[in-house]
Design a binder for this molecule. Structure first.
Ligand code: HEC
Ligand code: HEC
Length: 361
């Protein structure tokens, strides 16, 4: 090999090495950029600034859901129960609270006032922390919004009627006399709780928060899996919950069967049950720290409400068909969808049809 050829080879090797070094830099650069942009996309601060949109399937990524929750939770001042009980009403309000927490002690199977007047559940089983928990079906807005028109009865209802509704449906029992000491105490407690909410307004975090609709029907088989994994340890495999040894009240309330809420109760509507479960169950979670995905919540609600429970004659409910909720599981309906679809969804098509009907009427 002469000198010229040697130089040529050396030059080619140098070029090759330059190319390799260049490629290595490119690869490292692209790698850093990818990792960086991935982290940026999933950085809660970035997510909070962007409007978080669902993907083409209508679903949010887990990170986006979490960021959205944090955003809501931190930007909103949620209602809290007042701290001071007025002296002149103290004993009545405290008695009302006691009745909400330990309803069964007074009206349950061994109730002190009227045994077997209810299924043995406590108001607090569903109105958590004595009706004060954010999105735990609290009573924040009751005083501010009652008396009000309710579509279920098609009439103006006062608090007595609303409380007795839960006695008859959620507690599958008998109504209280509106002049009784107990009803008066329950009313006094609920009124006091809501006394810091402006008349006519809904408190932030009141009642329940419905999870995002699925684009399919809720699935009882998937729901059973959620139930076994996350609910059964307390509510039991047969869904009957667990009574204390004296048969006075439930340690874990039933989710279906003869001691559960009846078919006319609010929780028999899938949106209410899914909402309650999503933000409050398994016991101990809060709307800021949930364990169920939206899908889990709808599916487990479907599983629970596919099980047998006491029935209630509700033929007089929803006298105006166009005011019946989208998830009321009993016909007739004005929209042509089946009872099955009204019970389990998908609900979006029902809502869309309603919009159409509204336009043409
Ligand atoms: C099995 C669960 C359950 C039990 C037990 C229960 N409730 Fe309810 N209650 C609900 C649900 C769900 C709603 C909301 C229903 C709806 O909006 O359709 C509700 C609504 C109410 C409301 C109206 C709240 C509002 O913001 O308009 C009052 C008042 C009420 N319940 C009182 C009581 C009282 C008092 C008891 C006990 C005697 C009781 N409930 C027991 C499930 C229950
Ligand atoms: C660690 C025990 C525990 C687990 C696990 C649990 N729950 Fe509960 N659940 C309770 C207790 C206790 C109450 C009553 C709350 C109270 O009185 O403060 C309750 C109340 C309820 C209620 C309202 C009352 C009723 O009986 O209708 C529903 C609905 C419910 N749970 C559904 C679920 C679902 C769905 C799951 C699983 C995703 C679940 N729970 C997991 C303990 C539990």
């Amino acid at each position: 090999m002469d000198k010229r050829e040697q130089e040529k080879y050396a030059e080619q090797i140098l070029r090759l090495m330059q190319l390799i070094v260049f490629l290595v830099f490119v690869i490292i650069g692209v790698g850093i950029w990818l990792v960086g942009s991935y982290q940026h996309q999933n950085d809660p601060a970035t997510l909070l600034q962007s409007t978080i949109e669902p993907d083409s399937n209508g679903l949010f990524t887990e990170a986006a859901r979490e960021a959205y929750r944090l955003k809501l939770a931190d930007s909103v001042k949620y209602w809290q129960a007042p701290e001071q009980v007025p002296d002149n009403l103290k004993s009545q309000i405290n008695y009302g609270k006691e009745l909400i927490i330990h309803t069964s002690h007074y009206f349950g199977p061994r109730g002190r006032i009227k045994p077997n007047a209810t299924n043995g559940m406590d108001c607090q089983n569903c109105h958590l922390e004595a009706g004060t928990k954010t999105f735990g079906n609290n009573y924040a807005s009751v005083y501010a919004t009652y008396p009000k028109y309710r579509a279920r009865s098609g009439s103006i209802e006062n608090i007595y009627k609303r409380v007795n509704d839960c006695f008859e449906r959620s507690l599958n029992g008998a109504t209280l006399d509106t002049t009784s000491r107990e009803m008066q105490a329950i009313k006094a407690y609920i009124n006091w709780l809501g006394s810091n909410v402006k008349k006519g307004q809904k408190a932030k975090g009141a009642g329940l928060r419905v999870p995002k609709f699925l684009n399919r029907a809720a699935d009882t088989l998937l729901g059973r899996k959620v139930y076994v994994a996350k609910c059964q340890s307390c509510h039991q495999a047969d869904g009957q919950g667990k009574m204390d040894t004296e048969d006075v009240s439930f340690i874990y309330p039933p989710l279906w069967g003869s001691r559960s809420f009846n078919s006319g109760a609010g929780l028999y509507r899938l949106s209410n049950l899914a909402a309650f479960a999503h933000d409050n169950m398994p016991q101990g979670v809060s709307f800021k720290q949930t364990q169920l995905s939206d899908e889990d919540a709808w599916d487990v609600a479907a599983f629970i409400n596919s099980k047998p429970r006491p029935t209630k004659d509700i033929s007089k409910d929803w006298p105006k068909l166009h005011e019946k909720p989208f998830d009321h599981p009993f016909g007739p309906y004005k929209d042509g969808f089946s009872e099955l679809q009204h019970k389990y969804g998908p609900f979006q098509p029902i809502k869309e049809k309603w919009m159409e009907l509204k336009k043409t009427s």
